[in-house]
Ligand binder design. Structure first.
Ligand code: TNX
Length: 440
């Protein structure tokens, strides 16, 4: 009997015993929406029944039907055979994310589309694009065109760079939607803004040169200048107009060149401007230092699985102000990190390298004390690209650790034991091989 190996692990799997040739069953595929069999109202849920009689898919919505197809594709062996099985499935968390940093190195539209395909294999449904940083501003805006003039002329290492036009961005958004992925765009502020200030010196306290290094925490918008808030309003108005999804990410991390008082003043105003566009604002957990967040602002936690100084408090601040939390603990889910000391690519600042077992063996509900299951919107695996300059390099860092993240985001809560995950992970990496996707 062939094993039923699916990542992320479905809610329920009942094996039927036999196998069939997938192509013999393809003509018999029936898809029904919405699901009647389970009576389940879970968004994105599906049932997949494979028997000698055929393949039946029942789904709560189009996303569920898409996920049934993804599961079926994983079940189909290299020999074209599928196991007879009944699967019932739905996600634990609504927000299952990956992030791609297109600022440190620019990634063309085709590369972003490929990463969207990659993450959709694992039923991830949000792609956060880190569109701006010290090294480059990557989205063209009509109101401030020089952002993608001088501001996009560099990346880590110096030359190169690049940016998306509004049409490029729309193309990415539409492609993502066809895979049930929502684009979450980030304009990082008030720190991580060297590129914007290089393009428009009036946004900072002094003129600066374009930057190609990998230091963090040295730049800040001019907090007490009204021109800064005209810029924020213009940029967020254009970004909101281009973005059909519900979220705008305003960054807020590592603003080490901004005083605490100025930071809190800026965050209160910027989140209000963001919310006035009609979108829900997301910010890195430092934003929780402000007690005047626009209500419902979502926090993204990036400290460790054991919170460092202040991180838990700042994260709970979002919940106290009516928001929820996305978990990205850096020591286990920063998939830009080296696998071990010998990995050539990647960083390792968050408690050293992150092995594949480490990426798997943690529990989202146990990271920030005081956070309940309902406070957690989901989890996200960031891919920072200081050391990564091609989609192939991104994939080799993502896979297979992104599969760990996806299972923690999708599958029911159980104690995570890597030995149990390993055979399914091995089947998944063979699937990646068949698709021509690189992995560790
Ligand atoms: C920290 S954690 C950053 C990024 C870096 C990343 C590298 C956080 C919100 N910011 O600016 O790219 O580390 O791993």
């Amino acid at each position: 009997m062939m094993g039923v190996n699916v990542v992320p692990q479905p809610v329920s799997v009942v094996e039927g015993g036999g196998t069939s040739l997938a192509e013999d069953l393809e003509a018999s595929v029936q898809v029904r929406l919405p699901s009647r069999a389970s009576g389940s109202e879970h968004p994105e849920s599906y049932r997949l029944d494979i028997s000698a009689d055929g393949i039946r898919i029942e789904a709560a919505d189009d996303a569920g039907a898409f996920y049934a197809r993804q599961t079926l594709a994983q079940l189909t062996g290299a020999d074209g055979r599928v196991p007879h099985v009944s699967i019932e499935d739905y996600p634990r968390f609504a927000y299952r994310g990956a992030m791609l940093d297109v600022a440190r190195h620019f990634f063309p539209v085709a590369a972003v589309k490929r990463y969207i395909d990659d993450i959709a294999l694992l039923k991830l449904n949000h792609l956060h694009l880190h569109l701006t940083d010290d090294q480059g501003w990557r989205l063209q805006l009509e109101s401030w065109p020089e952002l993608t003039g001088l501001g996009a002329s560099t990346q880590v290492g110096g030359g190169g760079g690049g940016f998306y036009t509004a049409d490029d961005y729309r193309e990415i958004v539409e492609y993502a939607a066809s895979r049930f992925v929502t684009i979450v765009p980030e304009f990082d502020m008030p720190g991580h803004t060297n590129a914007a200030i290089a393009a428009y010196p009036e946004l900072g306290d002094a003129p600066v040169e374009p930057y190609g290094g990998i230091e963090v925490g040295f730049s800040s918008l001019a907090i007490r200048s009204e021109r800064t808030y005209e810029f924020v309003a213009d940029a967020l108005r254009e970004l909101a107009a281009l973005t059909p999804g519900p979220y705008l990410h305003l960054g807020g991390d590592e603003s080490l060149a901004t005083t605490d008082e100025d930071f809190r003043y800026f965050i209160a105003r910027a989140t209000a401007i963001g919310a006035a566009t009609g979108k829900t604002v997301i910010g890195w957990h430092e934003m929780g230092r402000s007690r005047e967040l626009s209500p419902g602002t979502i926090g993204q936690y990036w400290s460790y699985t054991t919170p460092q100084e202040g991180a838990a408090e700042h994260t709970l601040s979002f919940v106290e102000q009516g928001g929820r939390v996305i978990l990205s603990p850096a020591d286990v889910i920063y998939i830009d990190h080296k696998y071990d000391e010998s990995t050539e690519l990647g960083l390792a600042w968050a408690n050293g390298p992150t092995s594949i077992p480490q990426s798997y063996e943690w529990e989202p509900a146990e990271v920030v004390p005081g956070l309940t299951e309902g406070d957690i919107l989901g989890i996200e695996a960031p891919m920072w690209t200081e050391t990564l300059s091609s989609i192939e390099e991104v994939e080799v860092m993502a896979f297979p650790r992104l599969a760990s993240a996806a299972e923690l985001a999708w599958s029911p809560r159980v104690p995570r034991v890597f030995a149990e995950f390993e055979p399914r992970l091995a089947a998944f990496t063979r699937y990646l091989d068949r698709l021509g996707i690189g992995h560790r």
